[in-house]
Design a protein around this ligand. Sequence first.
Ligand code: PMP
Length: 354
Amino acid sequence: MRHNFGAGPCILPQEVFKQASSAVLDFKDGLSILEISHRSPEFEAVVEETVRLVKELLNVPSGYSVLLLQGGASLQFSMVPMNLLPEGKSAAYLDSGVWASKAIKEVKYFGKANVVASSKDSNYTFIPKDFEIPADSAYFHYTSNNTIYGTELFDLPATKVPVVCDMSSDIMSRVIDVSKYDLIYAGAQKNIGPAGLTVVIVKDEILGKTDRAIPSMLDYKSHVDGGSMYNTPPVFSIYTAMLNLRWLKSKGGIAEIEKENIAKAKALYTEIDRNSLFKGTCAVEDRSRMNICFVMEDPELEKPFAKYADENGFEGLKGHRSVGGFRASMYNALPITSVHALIDLMQSFEEKYK
Ligand code: PMP
């Protein structure tokens, strides 16, 4: 089997694939998960368990709703200002990567985005630190993990304004305090489950305050009131996410997986720093645990290493075109044995080429 370091959609546990595929053939009394009604008691139980698992794993306090939506994290770039930004007001945004800048781009349809800091001029190789969030901002938006550049913001910046976070690529990878956030969103296709599902965790009291007419499908309240069943939900993605969250719970939950994620990232960064052929691409203090970006000291060796990795069973290591080089995405389901295999590969390549 190949070691899958893909950035997303990405590796999920093998047992989840097995369970999901058996439900395609027989979910209940010979009926496939793909053909049952989303209003059936069996599927309502799936939605209920999925929401319960999200709340339990992330320790979501009361007063928050967990929504299972569609449209990807990208639709949240618009839904957030549409639902939270009153006419004529501005919201503070941290520009720490392409996804953050795409979120910023959507705000203009609803109000003003005030970019409090940006690392764009340095090709987003670090996360800006010293910035002020104006107290009259409708909210502050940031991306906790910059999937393309391999930077991660572990500590929530201090602010009294409501906080909105795009956690698409590090949700469920480490313990967070949900009570510090007003809205969290994440495309599911990294640590939650397959593509097609977007999870939103929203503090109920922040909704309904913009005085803007919002189309029903884009109004969080429709989905809160409809229990994520306002319309037909992405049945199979939700089911598979539920299986994956069960797996995470059986592993001991987020606190346990966080320990593994720390160990995996430490092992690979140690090798990148030690190995004479490779170097990391971003500020050491901002290094992500989920997406580890590195290049060759000698760019001429990039192609040979890519070929060597491919021949030895490694998948998804190519860096994003805006960074180049390599990116090892190490989501929850990637076993530490795959990380050790990559380290061995880098060492044997060093032996050949140093
Ligand atoms: N935000 C982040 C941090 C991402 O990594 C991605 C996709 N990789 C997105 C947003 C966009 O997500 P989607 O494709 O689900 O719209």
